[in-house]
Design a protein around this ligand. Structure first.
Ligand SMILES: Cc1ncc(COP(=O)(O)O)c(C=O)c1O
Length: 457
């Protein structure tokens, strides 16, 4: 099949793909197989997937039971539209996700399944708006977010994202509802240091709502650890509780975007559970089906559900493929695997092993910071370790390090812009929860070699 595609395109040197790829100037290897923490391309080359692709794969690649469960479900019932039927796998997964969530979701919460993270963000934006309409506050519509954040690629999700590069081309299409400062101690936007800063970044939400018409604010959305944009930036003690309290005091709903951090990636089912807060909505994606099916979800707390149920009863929103039986079957099978093999519990110890091996590069003059929680770890590269000065954007350092690590057969997830949206280079490591000690060591070794190649002394 591949050979005939190449021939019909006139030979190996020609761009042969019919896919509208992410970069039309690049060629991509064809992934042929997955086994545990490894991806094997069509030439047989093996790559250790230290990024879990994009912090997606939690149970590892190639777990046959997931595909078997999906095939059985597909043979029994592949699809039924949610305007006419519910289905058993979706019902079951909803209950199981709510049971993992904070207490305010467990008694009367509900789950809205989507086909991925961006759809979950879109759904949340509309759900918080409808909550306020139903509760007699129709003036509330703005979803406040943070600069240097990412919540998805559709237009609503982009409007709450603060990722400069990903927003820039679409600026005229995106409404501006307000962004506050990021919470990023390594490059503090206030040039302060914790704890003397007294959480200036959290206070920024209070200032913002005071100065920008509190009465129109519907919700605040945040990533508990900022994933792709800031490379697993962890909030300091007190930050999460502070913003939760500001939201509560001002009648603003709190949306935790756990699309990257959720489903165990940081060592608890949801990252907010590290700080004991109860958001109004939790978004999941990525790990909820570990890449076996396109699946995301909005977990709505009882308070939000009650408002709609006690009002019109109808959420004016819908997707043809919401709560898809085969995708939610994948979600159930992945959760079975996480539970049977106690993989949530494994994240803490595997994360420690990964950090131990990263100690090998910690002292490197261009490794500025290693941060994160559990198996969501960022490594930031700086030109000057003492001043934390980043490399110029044109040096494309994150990508160069990714390429050098790939040459060592280890996959990482590079991003530029953590400092100011343009400068700043990091790679994200988010391997499957099954990663072994030996595989962790390979990640450390690959980074040592990659850094030698990129910075020959
Ligand atoms: C925190 C966060 N929110 C939302 C999204 C968007 O999810 P998706 O790509 O599944 O639409 C992502 C994806 O990287 C993400 O990391």
């Amino acid at each position: 099949m591949r050979a005939s595609l190449l021939q019909s395109c006139g030979g190996l040197d020609m761009p042969t793909s019919g896919l509208f790829s992410r970069n039309l100037k690049k060629t991509f290897p064809i992934a042929a197989r997955g086994e545990g923490c490894w991806i094997i391309d069509e030439s047989g080359r093996r790559y250790l997937d230290a990024a879990g692709q994009a912090a997606v794969v939690s149970i590892g690649h190639g777990v046959a039971e997931i595909g078997q469960a999906m095939a059985e479900q597909s043979a029994q019932l592949a699809f039924a539209h949610t305007s006419q039927f519910h289905n058993e796998p979706a019902e079951k997964l909803a209950v199981r996700l709510l049971a993992l969530a904070p207490a305010n979701f467990r008694n009367g919460g509900r789950v809205y399944f989507t086909c991925g993270g961006s759809e979950a963000t879109e759904t949340a934006i509309k759900l918080v708006r409808q909550y306020h309409v139903e509760t007699g506050q129709p003036e509330r519509y703005r979803v406040i977010s943070r600069r240097q954040s990412y919540h998805g690629s559709t237009l609503g999700a982009m409007s709450v994202s603060g990722n400069v590069a990903r927003r820039a081309p679409y600026a005229p299409l995106i409404p501006e509802w307000g962004h506050i400062a990021p919470c990023f101690c390594y490059h503090c936007p206030f040039n302060k240091t914790f704890p003397e800063c007294e959480l200036a970044c959290a206070a920024d939400l209070e200032t913002f709502v005071r100065e920008h018409q509190t009465e129109t604010a519907a919700a605040f959305i945040f990533e508990p650890l900022v994933g792709a944009t800031l490379g697993a930036a962890v909030p300091p003690d007190g930050y999460v509780a502070h913003i939760a309290e500001t939201c509560r005091k001002n009648g603003i709903l709190l949306i935790a975007d756990e699309i990257m951090t959720g489903m165990g990636r940081t060592g608890k089912p949801f990252a907010v559970q590290h700080w004991g807060i109860e958001p109004d909505l939790i978004l999941v994606g990525k790990g909820v089906a570990s890449g076996y099916a396109p699946l995301g979800a909005v977990l709505a707390s009882a308070r939000v559900v009650d408002a709609i149920e006690g009002g019109s009863g109808t959420f004016t929103h819908g997707f043809t493929y919401q709560a898809h039986p085969v995708c939610t079957t994948a979600g159930n099978a992945v959760l079975d695997c996480l539970e049977t093999h106690q993989l949530f519990e494994r994240v803490g110890t595997a994360g420690k092993k990964l950090r131990e091996t990263l100690a090998r590069v910690e002292g490197h003059p261009h490794v500025g910071d290693i941060r994160g929680m559990g198996l969501l770890v960022g490594v930031e590269f700086v030109r000057d370790k003492a001043t934390r000065e980043p490399f110029p954007k044109s040096e494309n350092m994150a990508e160069r390090i990714r390429q050098a690590a790939t040459a060592e057969a280890v996959l990482t997830y590079p991003t530029q812009g953590c400092v100011d949206g343009h400068r700043g280079d990091h790679i994200l490591l988010a391997p499957p929860f099954t990663i072994s000690e030996q595989e962790c060591a390979l990640v450390g070794q690959a980074l040592v070699s990659a850094l030698k190649k990129v910075f020959p002394s």
